[in-house]
Design a protein around this ligand. Structure first.
Ligand code: PLP
Length: 484
């Protein structure tokens, strides 16, 4: 594909700019000669049709949840209702300045407060901060809360370990380590759940807590969760729940009832915000009573019909984000919650679980299913042994020829040649059937024509890329055409 610089010819223009006004000329005239360009910037010179065709062609090469099925495990790539985009763009929210005095942004504070109440209800926990900008940021915030709690109890240098099941999301150990804890890995048992005997052996006076991904990255709910949290509490630690997979039990089960002390929620996954390209997210954190004093400031407090910001929290860990977090993500998420209501949220999680189990049932005869249990929102297959010399990587590439975005691959690490599939509740049955059909055909191809997979993709604009080379040998260019 050519770049915009390869198109056009000298002198072509896509827009005609109006002549400079007198004031603009005066402003430009005031710029000292030494600071002015000697030549014009080297911008592409293209006509409007050229410009439109170039960017339209580029946009059509993009794949997103608005163009097709996107079963990326651990990502909840579900449809984001367009109404929520309109609401987030509403000037009453989008144009708010974060430094407005509280009297002038009562509506926004009311919205944030209400969101906090909704999420506390969903989590079954008494405290919240909306500040964290992503799931991993929520995890770090949670770990910092835990540290402050330890400090308050005089146990900071004593309880230094965080226990982490090997089925946890990859950001969990990173967050614990970043907060200064050392990470101890806990093995999963044959069911794909925390090995309770191994947990008992690992617990001791040096353990600060456990971080559980709920459901875990195999898409399995920890059936012993009450035993696990009780054991950790009895040993003097706290329980962190990674709630990025909340789509699996939204409106059905509450972490607060299961013994969670800290719980983060990925609004950009569960509550509809376009994500996946690194766009803004939100990872609010709810806490149990024991961690309330340490929550970030400012706290949004309601007094009658008014809202105020409270900074006077001497034990707070301080701010974790400028201002109040990514407010427009919160606007979208609240719109999602209010549109669906309690019943709708329950239906969403039921649909997510149903879709995952439906696909699992269709595919488990053709691909190895290492942990064959009731799936929650996702399940993990293995591409191992599907065809002579065929790897999961090849299956993923071949799926692109069938017009599908590949699932997450090679994660979780405890499944060899993993394919982690999360269909979400927003896909109709015919899409799930078409995906299953493609996967079954690919499994047949793997047996009969493995080379077809090993050389895939065949139908994409670019064929097989060396995916690691871009990182090892970056060729970056920032060409602003500045020659002045
Ligand atoms: C289970 C789990 N935990 C944590 C995260 C991290 O969230 P974020 O990407 O918003 O930092 C993810 C991301 O997909 C996840 O799936």
């Amino acid at each position: 594909m050519s770049t915009i610089y390869d198109r056009g010819a000298p002198g072509r223009r896509a827009v005609a700019l109006p002549p400079l006004t007198k004031t603009e000329q005066e402003i430009l005239g005031a710029i000292p000669a030494g600071l002015r360009r000697r030549e014009g910037p080297r911008l592409p010179e293209v006509s409007q049709p050229d410009l439109v065709r170039h960017y339209t062609a580029l946009s059509r090469k993009n794949y997103g949840v608005d163009t097709g099925f996107y079963p990326l495990g651990s990502c909840t790539m579900k449809h984001n209702p367009k109404l929520h985009e309109d609401l987030a763009r509403h000037p009453g929210f989008a144009d708010l300045h974060p430094l407005l005095p509280v009297e002038e942004c009562q509506g926004a504070l009311a919205l944030l407060w209400e969101m906090g109440e909704c999420l506390k209800g969903i989590a079954g926990m008494p405290g919240i901060t909306l500040q964290p900008a992503a799931g991993a940021h929520g995890e770090l915030t949670g770990m910092l809360l835990l540290k402050r709690w330890l400090e308050d109890r005089g146990e900071l240098g004593v309880r230094t370990k965080i226990l982490l099941p090997d089925s946890a999301h990859g950001t969990n150990p990173a967050s614990a380590a970043m907060a200064g804890f050392s990470v101890v890995s806990l093995p999963s048992d044959q069911r794909g759940m925390v090995d309770v005997e191994a947990l008992k052996r690992a617990l001791g006076p040096d353990v600060a807590g456990i971080m559980l991904t709920v459901p875990n990255t195999l898409g399995i709910f920890e059936e012993d969760i009450l035993t696990v949290t009780e054991l950790v509490h009895d040993a003097g630690g706290l329980c962190y729940f990674d709630g990025a997979n909340l789509n699996a039990y939204l409106g059905r089960a509450r972490p607060g009832d299961m013994g969670a002390d800290v719980f983060h929620i990925n609004l950009h996954k569960t509550f509809s915000t376009p994500h996946g390209g690194g766009g803004p997210g939100a990872g609010p954190v709810t806490v149990s009573a024991s961690l309330l004093p340490y929550l970030p400031v400012p706290d949004i407090v309601r007094e009658g019909a008014r809202f105020k910001l409270v900074w006077d929290r001497p034990k707070s860990i301080g701010r974790v984000h400028p201002y109040y977090g990514n407010v427009l993500v919160i606007v979208r998420a609240l719109a999602y919650i209010l549109t669906l209501g309690d019943e709708g949220l329950r239906e969403a999680s039921a649909g997510a679980v149903l879709a995952a189990n439906y696909l699992k049932a269709k595919l488990k005869g053709a691909y190895r299913l290492p942990y064959d249990r009731l799936a929650k929102h996702e399940f993990v297959l293995s591409g191992e042994g599907v065809g002579e010399g065929v790897r999961t990587f090849d299956i993923a590439k071949r799926l692109m020829d069938y017009g599908f975005h590949p699932p997450t691959i090679y994660f979780p690490l405890i499944v060899r040649e993993a394919l982690m599939i999360e269909p979400t509740e927003t896909e109709p049955k015919e899409v799930l059937d078409a995906f299953a059909e493609a996967m079954l055909r690919i499994a047949a191809e793997a047996r009969e024509h493995p080379e077809l997979l090993r050389e895939a993709p065949h139908a994409t604009p670019v064929r097989r890329l060396d995916e690691a080379r871009a990182v090892r040998e970056p060729r970056l260019r920032l060409d602003l055409g500045c020659v002045g």
